[in-house]
Design a protein around this ligand. Structure first.
Ligand code: AMP
Length: 394
């Protein structure tokens, strides 16, 4: 079901409360080290300004755990926003207190006020009805544009929508379009690539994807649980012994659903879990005790590439090796480059896969890179995200 966006409602003269994701990284002096999340929010904010709304912004930053802590103040974000927008963004000293009430009641059309970190109040994460009501009382309309927290049912991400007409901003609209279309209406062949450390983190994702994809590629640490379940010696590679039966069940499900499940055929093994450790490439039949698989090997890259070259839709979540170590980043980098060179819809889940694609220098060649790690994973699991569910249907 598609959701209404700010384009579908009249915002002129209205006070619009926008939940943004301003959870930006900062150095020890409080300087913002990466402003992309702020830049990402600008199209929605500018649209609202251009359409004569009174724009009230809110977000969390870090984990202040319900207490007012200066180091988690949104003031540095206010400064950056003022710079980017070329207007003075006013900063409230609180979220729903006297300062916020005063500033928001005095607003003129086209003005912007930023509330303090919503997580300075412990009621935010409790999705407290009273707090949601107080937030709602500041505005006439609610806009959610924070995909990164859309899987959380908090006051500012979902609760407030009980008391105000609620629609999405452009960032969430884009996430729903690309993740949703790829998952539910993909151009085929549809290939998903899953990597990362553990099977246990991605059981629901694998289960859901097996209902949808033509090919499922599994790499990264979690591949070893599957390889061991197939009866191979995996040496000291990472393995979840208690998930061996589950891995067998998932392979059976793939077979029943006629999904082509691809595992590595060769791996780059290290003596230790260390960036400078001795390494060697072996086929999966020749993995030795005392060595651990830390990346996919060249034959695997070749085999995966053949399948990817024919795909029309590709979704990727999780690195295919320990990409933080240069020596074991090749598999992840090569696959990123291949995705960047293809004429297919390429959708990258947030978190590590996004960093991997950026590290490989092909971020701008992807169709869509999700802004939410946890949220995109829950989306892939087929879960309903409270921050999206609460918005009005078209
Ligand atoms: P996840 O958070 O589950 O997506 O896992 C990401 C992490 O998995 C990264 O930090 C990788 O270093 C790690 N990883 C990928 N492949 C392996 C492997 N073969 N052995 C150990 N860790 C791995």
């Amino acid at each position: 079901m598609s959701k209404k966006t700010i384009r579908d409602i009249d915002v002129s003269g209205k006070k619009v409360l926008v939940r943004c994701d301003f959870n930006v990284p900062q150095d020890e002096n409080g300087n913002i080290t990466d402003t992309r999340r702020i830049e990402g929010a600008l199209p929605t904010i500018k649209y609202l300004i251009d359409h004569n709304a009174k724009v009230i912004l809110c977000s969390h930053l870090g984990r202040p755990k319900g207490e007012v802590k200066k180091e988690f103040s949104l003031r540095p974000v206010r400064d950056e926003l003022s710079k980017e927008l070329g207007i003075e963004v006013k900063m409230a000293d609180d979220i729903v207190g006297e300062s916020a009430k005063k500033l928001t009641s005095e607003m003129k059309e086209g003005e912007v006020v930023l509330l303090e970190n919503v997580r300075f109040d412990k009621r935010e994460e409790e999705n407290d009805e009273g707090f949601s009501k107080e937030l709602a009382s500041l505005a006439d309309v609610y806009v959610n544009d924070a995909f990164g927290t859309a899987h959380r049912a908090h006051s500012s991400t979902a609760g407030v929508a009980q008391f105000l007409p609620a629609v999405s901003g452009f960032l969430i609209e884009k996430e729903i379009k690309f993740l949703g279309d790829a998952l539910n209406n993909p151009e085929r062949p549809f290939v998903a690539i899953l990597g990362g450390k553990k099977v246990s983190d991605k059981i629901s994702v694998i289960n859901n994807l097996l209902e949808k994809v033509d090919t499922l590629i599994i790499g990264g640490g979690m591949a070893y649980t599957f390889l061991k379940a197939k009866g191979l010696n995996i040496g000291s590679s990472i393995c979840e012994e208690d998930k061996l039966d589950l891995a067998k069940e998932l392979m059976k499900k793939a077979e029943d659903k006629k999904v082509n499940l691809l595992l590595p055929v060769d791996v780059n093994m290290g003596k230790e879990f260390d960036k400078d450790t001795e390494s060697k490439i072996v086929s999966i039949e020749n993995m030795e005790d005392g060595w651990q698989g830390l990346d996919i090997g060249p034959k695997t890259i070749e085999e995966f590439t053949k399948v990817l070259e024919n795909a029309k839709t590709i979704m990727w979540n999780g690195p295919l090796g320990v990409f933080e170590f240069e020596k074991f980043a090749k598999g992840t980098n090569e696959i990123a480059k291949i995705l960047g060179s293809l004429n297919a819809t390429t959708v990258i889940g947030g978190g590590d896969s996004s960093s991997a694609v950026e590290k490989a220098g092909c971020a701008d060649k992807m169709t869509h890179i999700s802004t939410g790690g946890g949220a995109s994973l829950e989306y892939l699991e087929g879960k309903v995200l409270p921050g999206i569910d609460c918005l009005q249907d078209k």
